[in-house]
Design a protein around this ligand. Structure first.
Ligand SMILES: *Cc1c(COP(=O)(O)O)cnc(C)c1O
Ligand SMILES: [Zn+2]
Length: 436
């Protein structure tokens, strides 16, 4: 039957059960990756897998109606269906950005709206897998009392919601003043223990790693590679939405580098099982204020220097010491990847330009869009290419950003698309004057 396990990514290759509480190799300290029994998965042909996934996309049968669990055999085959904690994540719209694409001379521009999800970001894709495995472990008798995560705002929202749905206590560590008000209130509402720390994300991450050395507290950060298994479905879903054709480019905003690694992992699995013949090129897009991967890319990935990230509007990727650096580099090398960076001015204006064509972009989506503009201008992306920009969160989680932008109050940003409301007297003549 199908099965998966943790395996050390370094030479040693030691294996662990996914139901063990282990985040790094006990022998060599390497990160652990979830591996699948590929030979077992070959019992279905590529066409049979496609047909199965297509059929489940239109079902409500538990748990296959979820975009993640519709691909259960590729994600976490050995879990009992009754332990799955799902709110039917995935199946997000692949938005044809027709107007923006026309403006840019790029007719095949698409935006994968991962923020159209239960807690408003792609983090739901991974959290359903992690919390389901945890629920299985607890029901099998593991003495785990809570799960904990450091977060730049979206992980904590997802942890809190899935933990609440499962009835498992959650603890979240947030950098004080560095998450949006919407992100702050989400775990509060879902009943998590919310700890607001006077540090940045990297500071919270260091503490949560110490906390989770206590075996009663389970780590929900993406160092726990179970999340990767759910997140890897995003690339598979994009290809499925294009009738199993691959786009030329996928551009993704990147901070801790788990998501770009997961995207690559899903696409590679498709190739291995024959569902696709070639690979798209990947672009990891970073904010210039938090660009350790970009700087490493400039050295051909020879050098990696963790940094203290500067404040950026793209707060979910304000990360200076990304946990999944090694994973991301391997993926980018296989996918002929590019790393691009954008300034605060570029990311804010890219988001608002997209809004004017019907999107409602979060700042991170602005980072990916801004990177896409640059690659198009440089001629790297050609007008006849099919390009997918991954929108990682919903713009509604970042109202302050939008308000400040339209009031022209953002530091380092010239609001080129500002559209402030017009104060007008409550009479017909004044209204008609105002609309010209
Ligand atoms: C988490 C997050 C990212 C970055 O993903 P990584 O896996 O940390 O690289 C980007 N955008 C949003 C909105 C996020 O919440
Ligand atoms: Zn090892």
């Amino acid at each position: 039957m199908y099965t998966s396990w943790y395996q050390c990514v370094r030479g040693c290759g030691r294996r662990y059960s996914i139901y063990e509480v282990v985040y790094r190799c006990e022998d060599c300290g390497g990160l652990l990756e979830v591996e699948h029994d590929i030979d077992a998965l070959r019992d279905r042909s590529a066409d049979e897998w496609k047909a199965l996934f297509d059929q489940r996309t239109h079902t409500h049968t538990w748990p296959y109606g979820s975009g993640v669990w519709g691909k259960k055999e590729w994600v976490c085959p050995q879990i009992d269906d009754e332990n799955i904690v799902s709110v039917y994540e995935g199946h997000t719209n692949l938005f044809w950005a027709e107007r923006l694409g026309k403006e840019l001379g790029l007719p095949e521009l698409w935006v994968k709206l991962c923020g159209n999800s239960h807690t408003g970001s792609f983090k739901d894709l991974g959290m359903t897998v992690l919390v389901s495995v945890l629920k299985q472990m607890i029901s099998d008798g593991a003495p785990i009392k809570a799960l904990a995560a450091a977060s730049t705002g979206d992980t904590s929202a997802a942890v809190a919601a899935y933990a609440a749905a499962a009835g498992i206590p959650a603890i979240v560590l947030l950098p004080r003043g560095k998450v949006s008000i919407e992100q702050l209130i989400q775990p509060i509402a879902n009943g998590a223990t919310v700890l607001s720390l006077d540090t940045d994300f990297d500071g919270c991450m260091a503490i949560v790693q110490q906390m989770t050395q206590d075996p009663h507290i389970y780590l929900a950060n993406s160092m726990n590679s179970l999340r990767m298994e759910g997140q890897k479905t995003v690339g598979i879903e994009i290809v499925e939405q294009f009738n199993w054709e691959i786009p030329d480019w996928i551009i993704i905003p990147s901070g801790n580098l788990g998501n770009v690694s997961a995207l690559g992992k899903g696409l590679l699995l498709m190739k291995e099982l024959g569902l696709i013949k070639r690979l798209p090129r990947l672009v990891a897009a970073q904010a210039a204020h938090a660009n350790p991967l970009y700087l490493s890319y400039q050295t051909g990935f020879e050098q990696f220097i963790p940094m203290t990230a500067k404040k950026t509007i793209a707060s979910a990727i304000q990360i200076g010491n990304p946990v999944s650096y090694e994973r991301a580099v391997r993926v980018l090398q296989v996918f002929d990847g590019i790393v691009e960076q954008v300034s605060e001015d570029e990311l804010a204006n890219a988001a608002m330009r997209a809004d004017k064509t019907g999107l409602y972009a979060c700042p991170h989506t602005g980072v990916a869009l801004g990177a896409m503009f640059k690659l198009l201008q440089r001629g790297e992306i050609k007008p006849d290419h099919r390009v997918v920009v991954i929108s990682t969160a919903h713009g509604l989680k970042f109202s302050r950003f939008k308000v400040d932008y339209h009031q022209e109050q953002l530091a380092d940003v010239v609001s080129r698309y500002a559209n402030p409301p017009i104060e007008v007297a409550a009479n017909y003549g004044a209204v008609m004057d105002a609309i010209g």
